[in-house]
Design a protein around this ligand. Structure first.
Ligand code: MN3
Length: 202
């Protein structure tokens, strides 16, 4: 069974008033995300990875000693990353659930301090990649950054929140201002209920 491009969980113009335009979502979901799906399917066809889950392929093909990851890893991990990314945003302004707020305060001192660490991770990722809030196996919350398609699954962590800092994610709406894109993401776009739900499953 080939992987499919999931529909966006909202309309293409649903985030436009909050800083992520219809044009960005048309390019980012309909073209970039679709390309990862199509290329990933093509690359795994006839290999030992055909029929495996996204998670199995990602953890099975990640090479921590390699300078560059394989095409299978890059496309399948980016497919998974974007599946998560759309769910992590909402057209509504979502209030942060109390349990999540208190876990962030315990881990980072305050929600503002968490946001500032997350923004710094995203702004400090040289080249393409992602900023993440992750839960380690022992429950510790951490902010991390990864390059290209690498994601928390590679390190046995649970992804609670991820922000795509590839230029295709922000260049139409924010041009070169990646820090402004990150601030807008954290202040207006994040679906904190989705983040809390991910945390409750750890
Ligand atoms: Mn992307």
């Amino acid at each position: 069974m080939a992987f499919e491009l999931p529909d966006l969980p909202y309309a293409h113009d649903a985030l436009a008033s909050k800083g992520m335009s219809r044009e960005t979502l048309e390019y980012h979901h309909d073209l970039h995300h679709k390309a990862y799906v199509d290329n990933g399917n093509k690359l795994i066809e006839g290999t030992e990875w055909a029929g495996k889950s996204l998670e199995e392929i990602i953890t099975g093909t990640y090479d921590k000693s390699a300078v560059a990851q394989s095409g299978i890893f890059n496309n399948i991990s980016q497919l998974w990353n974007h599946n998560q990314f759309w769910e992590m945003m909402s057209p509504n302004l979502v209030k942060m659930p109390g349990e999540l707020e208190s876990r962030l305060k315990d881990a980072f001192g305050s929600v503002d301090e968490f946001k500032s660490k997350f923004s710094a991770a995203g702004a400090g990722q040289f080249g393409s990649g992602w900023a993440w809030l992750v839960a380690e196996k022992d429950g510790t919350l951490k902010v991390t950054k990864t390059e290209n398609g690498v994601n928390p699954l590679c390190f046995g962590q649970t992804a609670l929140l991820g922000c795509d800092v590839w230029e295709h994610s922000y260049y139409i709406d924010f041009r070169n201002k990646r820090p402004d894109y990150l601030k807008n993401f954290l202040d207006h776009l994040v679906n904190w209920e989705n983040v809390a739900e991910r945390l409750s499953k750890t």
